[in-house]
Ligand binder design. Structure first.
Ligand SMILES: C[S@@+](CC[C@H](N)C(=O)[O-])C[C@H]1O[C@@H](n2cnc3c(N)ncnc32)[C@H](O)[C@@H]1O
Length: 282
């Protein structure tokens, strides 16, 4: 199997579209409508290939002008290409992407934005330590929209071997709890619920919060929609990366093969619990 992170993000886009919490989204749209006039300056952390910007345009986040800035440590060339093709010119959105580590970017910039976005990103970082620096990127009274923060539940159905399934999911979550990047703890398997506490401790006002779970399963014809079969294969790749060396290689390979067979047969159901939150910087 060829592993392609860009293809994964592209496939994920349509799963995220149906998973994002509509109450939280609608609260964001209403708050912008009530509170904001003039151009809306948005900063997105860990923007990937820019699929959240696609959504802002298609779902009509804001009626006025949008000045969007995406930061990611990789793939910004792809993001730039996606937003400079002929079909996307002439609208009210100006997009810019910077390839950088978001913490280096936060340390260097003097700018502040009206809306800070992090989608499928905050579970990769040590939130209590980085939140003050990230909030410095937001003007006082500005809004944050933090979505798809993983929150402790991974389910794969039907079972392969209930005992082994549980062991593998527990180890997968533990790999998030013990992840070290650049010598620092990075992420946590219950980041979604912990984020709510950290936001309160940072004097942020939580305006709305809700679940945005992924539920990926084949349709009534037994076929996955869009590129969901690839998305599921990529999730197996994440398991492989996290567990290789943690359990016996033959056991892991056997489990991955059984799960791949379920994808091929259209029987694998994958569920991940995630949380969305919108609020105001205090
Ligand atoms: C799970 S992906 C989500 C991407 C995008 N938000 C989406 O949902 O399509 C996480 C992204 O965060 C980026 N990332 C992780 N740590 C980063 C850091 N310290 N600085 C910049 N980008 C980072 C990765 O490169 C990756 O593109």
């Amino acid at each position: 199997m060829t592993i392609d992170f860009i293809r994964y993000l592209d496939a994920k886009r349509f799963i995220d579209d149906r998973s994002l919490n509509r109450h939280v989204w609608q609260t964001l749209v209403s708050l912008l409508d009530e509170r904001h006039t003039g151009p809306l300056r948005i900063l997105e952390l860990g923007a990937g290939i820019g699929t959240m910007l696609d959504r802002f345009k298609e779902w009509r986040l804001y009626d006025g002008q949008i000045l969007y800035h995406g930061v990611d440590q990789q793939n910004t060339e792809v993001a730039r290409q996606r937003f400079s093709d002929g079909t996307r010119t002439g609208d009210r959105v100006t997009a810019r992407f910077t390839e950088a580590d978001v913490f280096a970017f936060a340390a260097e910039t003097q700018d502040q934005w009206d809306l800070l976005v992090a989608h499928a990103f905050l579970d990769l970082v040590h939130i209590p330590e980085v939140l003050p620096d990230l909030f410095n990127l937001l003007r006082p009274g500005g809004l944050f929209y933090f979505t798809l923060t993983f929150d402790g539940v991974t389910a794969l159905e039907p079972p392969v071997d209930p005992e082994l399934d549980k062991r593998i999911v527990d180890l997968y979550h533990r790999s998030m709890d013990t992840r070290i990047i650049n010598g620092k703890p990075s992420g946590d398997s219950r980041a979604g619920r912990h984020l709510l506490h950290h936001l309160r401790e940072a004097d942020a006002v939580i305006e709305a919060a809700g679940g945005s779970d992924w539920v990926v399963m084949a349709g009534p014809n037994g076929v996955y929609q869009g590129d969901e079969a690839y998305f599921l294969q990529h999730i197996l790749h994440f398991f492989d990366e996290a567990l290789r060396g943690q359990i016996d290689a033959g056991t892991l390979d056997g489990w991955l093969t059984a799960r791949q067979r379920q994808i091929n047969e259209g029987t694998l159901i994958y569920i991940a619990h995630q949380i969305d939150v919108v609020g105001t910087r205090g």
